[in-house]
Write a protein that binds this ligand. Sequence first.
Ligand SMILES: Nc1nc2c(c(=O)[nH]1)N[C@H]1C(S)=C(S)[C@@H](COP(=O)(O)OP(=O)(O)OC[C@H]3O[C@@H](n4cnc5c(=O)[nH]c(N)nc54)[C@H](O)[C@@H]3O)O[C@H]1N2
Ligand SMILES: Nc1nc2c(c(=O)[nH]1)N[C@H]1C(S)=C(S)[C@@H](COP(=O)(O)OP(=O)(O)OC[C@H]3O[C@@H](n4cnc5c(=O)[nH]c(N)nc54)[C@H](O)[C@@H]3O)O[C@H]1N2
Ligand code: SF4
Ligand SMILES: [Mo]
Length: 754
Amino acid sequence: MADITKSETGNWHKTACILCENNCGIQILTDPETSGRTFLKIRGDKDHVSTQGYTCNKALRLDHYQNGADRLTSPLRREADGSFTEIDWDTAIREIAQKFAAVRDTHGGDKIFYYGGGGQGNHLGGAYAGPFLRAIGSRYHSSALAQEKAGEAWVDAHFTGGHTHGDFEHAEVSIFFGKNPYQSHGVSRARTVLKEISKDPARSMIVVDPVRTETADLADFHLQVKPGTDAWCVIALIAILIEENLVDEDFIAEHTRDYDELQRHFRAVDIAEYAAICGIDDDLLRRAARRIGAASSVSTYEDLGVQQSLNSTLMSYLNKLVWLLTGNFGKQGGMHPHSSFAPLARYSTEFRYTPVTGSRIALGMVPANVIAEEILTDHPDRFRAMLIESSNPAHSLADSATFREALDALELVVVIDVVLTETAKRADYVLPAASQYEKWESTFFNFHFPKNSFHLREPILEPLPGTLPEPEIYARLLREIGVGKKRTLTALRAAATLGRKPFRYTFAACALLDKETIGLTPYLLYETLGATLPARDRSTSVIWALAEITARSYPKAMKAAGHRDADALFDAVIAGRSGVVFTEESEDDAWNYIPHDDKKFPLLIPELLAMLHELDPASAVQTSDEFPLVLSAGQRRQFTANTIFHDPSWRLKDKNGALRMAPADADALSLAAGDVARVVTNRGAALAEVEIDARMQTGHAALPNGFGLNLTDEATDPALVGVALNELTDAQRRDPIVGTPWHKNVPARIEPVG
Ligand SMILES: Nc1nc2c(c(=O)[nH]1)N[C@H]1C(S)=C(S)[C@@H](COP(=O)(O)OP(=O)(O)OC[C@H]3O[C@@H](n4cnc5c(=O)[nH]c(N)nc54)[C@H](O)[C@@H]3O)O[C@H]1N2
Ligand SMILES: Nc1nc2c(c(=O)[nH]1)N[C@H]1C(S)=C(S)[C@@H](COP(=O)(O)OP(=O)(O)OC[C@H]3O[C@@H](n4cnc5c(=O)[nH]c(N)nc54)[C@H](O)[C@@H]3O)O[C@H]1N2
Ligand code: SF4
Ligand SMILES: [Mo]
C-alpha cells in the first residue's frame, strides 16, 4: 500500500473487497499522481446494503492485488521449445478458437473441460463463458465449489431443494461445525456478530473444532473433537436431542416425513461410547444439546473442517438434521433458503457421471479430485483440452504433481488470469484479464433472507494496457468461431436502438424462432444491447437478462423490494453503487422454496443412513506409525486469502505461513518456535517454520492455505514462501459419495531439519 499519510486529494470510489464470499462494500482512495492506479486508502462503505461499513484486516491490503508485481499484460503462447512468446490479441483469439474447434471436430466438444469461472469476487466474467462452452459443445466443468460444497448441496437438494444459510445476526444459538468465521467470515460482519453473541447472556455459540480457534474463544460450548471424528460427535448430539425429547415435535409432525423410522436409527446409539470416540465429555455434549433444544432459534454453519474431512457428505446430513429436528427452518434466527440473482450451481438429488471413472457429479461439477484421473488414461472419452478461468487448480487441487502431469497430457490448455499462476505456467495459451477493479464485476454469493441483495461494482480504473475483461474475451472467441444467427443478431441490434420494451418483445420472438437464442443470451446481449452502451459498460448487458429472470422468478418479492418491474430493477442495479436489495420476503415465504408438494421434509436419505450404521471408529484414525500426525492442510488465518494475492508481500504477519504444532508434539521432536521442520506425507515433503501453538491438540498440526506461490522461479526455497499444500495431499483421499478432498485430514510426519 502506498503512503497513507498523503493528503486525500484523490478520488474515493465505491466498490467491494474480493477476498472472501462476504464481499464487504468498501471505498478506495486512488492517487492521482500515479494516474489513479495506486490504492492510497481503503475503508468500509457505510452505505453498503449488507456489510454496512464493516471490513476485516485483509481488505486494507488490496493494492497488492491491483498493483501486484506480476500482472500479465500480453497474451502468451507456448512455443515448441517450451518458452512463452508474447503475441497480439488477434493472433491469440484466432489460434485459440481454431484449436478448440479442432479438438471438438476430432474428439467431440465434450472432451473440452472448463474449470473455474470465478473466485471470491468475480462471477460476471464466468456468466459470459456459458455461450462459448455451448458453442464448442463442452459438457463437463468444475470449480472450487466441487472441493467443498458438493456433498452439502446434494443433501440440500433432498431437503430444501436448494442452498440454505443461517441467520446468525438473530439466532439464539449459533453452531459452527468445522468453521472459524472469526478468520474466514462467510457470516456478514462476522467479527462484530460473533462478539455480540459472546457478550449477550441470552444467546449462545457452539463451536465444533479440534482447534481452540478465535471463534472458539468467543463460544459458550467448545466441542473440541478429535480430528476426523465429527460424525460420532453429531450423531451423539442428535441421539441426545431424541432421547431427552429436545426435538420440536410439532414441527416434526407438521413438516417432516418418516421421523419414526429416523429416530430408531439414533435411539440405537450408545451415546457415552460415541462421546468417548470423538473425545468430548458426555456431560458437555448433553448440555450443548439441551441448549439447542431450549433455543427459540438455531442457525448452523458447516464448512471446511467437516466438508474437507472424513465422512464429509454424512456430516452435511447430520448438520441439517440438527436444525430440522429442532424446527429451525423459515423463522427469524433460523435456517432459510433464499432467492438468487443468478444461481451459482445446479442442485439435484440425481447424479450425472464422469466419462472415464464414472464418478458422481453433484452440483453439476466433476469432483475436483478425479479430474487428473479423467485425463491420465487412454480411455477414448478422456478430456483432451481445458479452459481455466479465475482459478489456480495446479495449486489448489489435491496432488499437484499428478495434476501438472494431467495438464501436460492435454492437447490444449488455455488459462485466463490476471497473473502468471502455477497453472498458467503449464498452459499453451495465457490470456491476461483486466483486474476486478478495472471492469464491471459482481458475485452471485447472494445468500440473504428475507431481504436479499446484489452488488454490481463499477470499474474504478481503466484496464491495464494489454488486458481485456472476460466478457470481451469470450465475445471475440465467439465472433471468431462465427456463432449467432445473422437474422437474430440483426433483429436484436435494431430493437436495442428502439428501447427496452421493443427489445424485450424482439428477444422473446427470437427465443421462439431461433432455438440457440436462450443458450447464447449473454453473448447476444453483449453484441446487441451492449453495443448501445458506452464501451466501458458493455458487459452490464447481461444484467438485463438477470433482472428479467428475477422479475419472473420472484415477482412479489421484487416489488416488495421497491422495483416496479424488471427494467426498474435493471436500472437500480446499474445505479446502485452500494448494492441493491432485489427481493424482500417474509419468514413464511421460506416455504415457497420447498419443492415437496406436502411441504414436508423427507428425513431419510437411505445411502447416508447406511453409512451411519457402517461407521467404524477405526476408520477415524487414518494415522500410522509412519505418519503419526493429522495435518490440517489449509487453515484460514488473518493473512491468508486463497491465491488471490499472488505476490506474498501483502502479508504483515505470519509471512512464512507457520506450521502450527501442539507443545507436546514440538517437545517430543525437540522443535522450538522458528525452527524449520520437514513435513512428510505419502505424496511429498516440504519445509516449514514451526510455531508452537497451545490451541492445537496433541497429534494435530496445521498449515495455512494460499502459500507456496513462487513469484520468480520454482527453485525458491519453499520455507521462505510457505508450503504449497497440495504437493502433500493425495487425490485418492476423498469422500466416497461425491469425491470431496480430505484436506483437513492428511496423515503426516514432522521431522527436525539438520
Ligand atoms: N482469512 C481467510 N478467509 C477466508 C479464506 C482465506 O483464504 N483466508 N478463504 C475463503 C474460502 S475459499 C473458504 S471455503 C472459507 C473456509 O472457511 P473455514 O472452513 O472456516 O476455514 P478453515 O480454516 O479452512 O477450516 C475451518 C476450521 O476447521 C477446523 N478443522 C480442522 N479439522 C477438523 C475436523 O476434523 N473437524 C472439525 N470439526 N473441524 C476441523 C480447523 O481447525 C478450522 O478452524 O474461508 C473463506 N475465507
Ligand atoms: N490443500 C488444500 N487445498 C485447497 C483448500 C484447502 O483448504 N487445502 N481450499 C480449497 C478451497 S475451499 C478453495 S475455494 C480453492 C481456491 O483455489 P482456486 O479455486 O484455485 O482459487 P483462488 O486461489 O481463489 O485463485 C483465484 C485465481 O483467480 C485469479 N484472478 C483474480 N482476479 C481475476 C480476474 O479478474 N480475472 C481472472 N480471470 N482471474 C482472476 C487469481 O490470480 C488466481 O489465480 O482452494 C482449494 N484447495
Ligand atoms: S476478506 Fe474481510 S473485508 Fe474482504 S470481504 Fe472478506 S470479511 Fe470483508
Ligand atoms: Mo473455498
